[in-house]
Design a protein around this ligand. Structure first.
Ligand SMILES: Nc1ncnc2c1ncn2[C@@H]1O[C@H](COP(=O)(O)OP(=O)(O)O)[C@@H](O)[C@H]1O
Ligand SMILES: [Mg+2]
Length: 297
């Protein structure tokens, strides 16, 4: 199941924002799928008790062990990873999933009851360490709350991607998320870096979208003290093809391979690879760098 001969330089990417309904799961699933299409080995780890990513891949949410069992230390992540080789599982090639289920809502109490010396924020460190080398990317899809899986994802990740959609509270959500990132950089994970901000569900040329986009430009340029904007230049448009794909438990790459939004996710994936390559330098991951992508930065 795992290609252990050529170890991968694993990038652990958390997608967050303390707000729900901002496109985190949709972006995680489609970015992962787009990278898998580019031949990367990708793991999506569903850390949300609502199982959005698990459902998006059409996986029944109560049939498999997954996040809960790993976080309480009963299972090794590699033993609960789902792949397309499993009977009845329709995961895309190169894309694996650690599923979640409703039981995960009891994780904080369960951890506290089992061992009061376990720090909630540390529960992903060992599991993630055990997966390094097996994938090019591990995406952590978290819930919009501060339960153990969410807090732990900030501590275990190398990179952070923020999601925002044009709604009146988007700017507040981003500000809170930035505070969380700075806090975790000071207390526990100095390595964590912001990879970018995805603007999605954008209706073209609406004022709200422009306002949000302008805010992200200004706020994050200052924060990062960088010439280049942290906002990804690819914007994901709003389209009914997304809820339609979610309903049938597939990604756009299966249901609408030539749609504009599918193409936008391909372009986002190429930006992600270019940013990672630029930040990590050519020696880190020669196999993941192509000529066109090294032109940036
Ligand atoms: N680009 C888009 N176009 C239309 N609907 C979208 C788009 N992105 C997300 N949605 C919808 O918005 C809702 C919230 O998205 P989701 O990814 O589940 O957010 P989160 O994980 O942040 O809670 C879902 O119903 C999803 O179908
Ligand atoms: Mg979600």
């Amino acid at each position: 199941m795992f290609d252990t001969h050529t170890p991968h330089h694993t990038k652990v990417v958390a997608l967050g924002n303390q707000k729900g309904g901002v496109g985190k799961t949709t972006n995680t699933v489609h970015l992962a799928r787009a990278l898998a299409e580019r031949g990367r080995k990708v793991l999506v780890w569903d850390l949300d008790m609502n199982s959005g990513a698990t459902k998006h891949f059409g996986i029944p949410t109560d049939a498999f062990m997954g996040t809960f069992e790993v976080l309480i230390g009963e299972e090794e992540p590699r033993d609960v990873v789902l792949t397309s080789s499993e009977e009845g599982i329709h995961l895309p090639e190169n894309l694996h999933l650690i599923p979640s289920r409703r039981k995960l809502e009891a994780i904080d109490e369960t951890l506290a009851a089992r061992n009061k010396f376990i720090a909630r924020s540390d529960v992903l460190l060992k599991p993630i360490a055990s997966l390094r080398g097996l994938y090019d990317y591990i995406f952590l899809d978290t819930a919009p709350n501060a339960t153990a899986p969410t807090v732990a994802s900030y501590k275990a990740a190398d990179w952070f991607i923020l999601s925002a959609i044009p709604d009146p509270f988007a700017v507040d959500g981003l500000k809170d998320a930035l505070l969380d990132i700075h806090a975790v950089q000071q207390f526990g994970n100095p390595q964590l870096r912001i990879l970018g901000v995805i603007l999605s569900a954008v209706d073209e040329r609406t004022r709200l979208a422009r306002t949000l986009s302008d805010y992200v430009e200004r706020a994050f340029r200052m924060q990062e003290d960088a010439g280049e904007s942290v906002r990804f230049s690819t914007v994901i448009h709003r389209s009914t093809v997304i809820p339609a794909a979610q309903k049938v438990g597939r990604t756009l790459f299966e249901t609408e391979p030539t749609h504009k939004v599918t193409a936008q996710y391909r372009s986002l994936a190429s930006e992600v690879e270019a940013r990672v390559a630029a930040a990590e330098g050519p020696n880190q991951s020669p196999e993941t760098t192509t000529a066109t992508e090294t032109n940036r930065g």
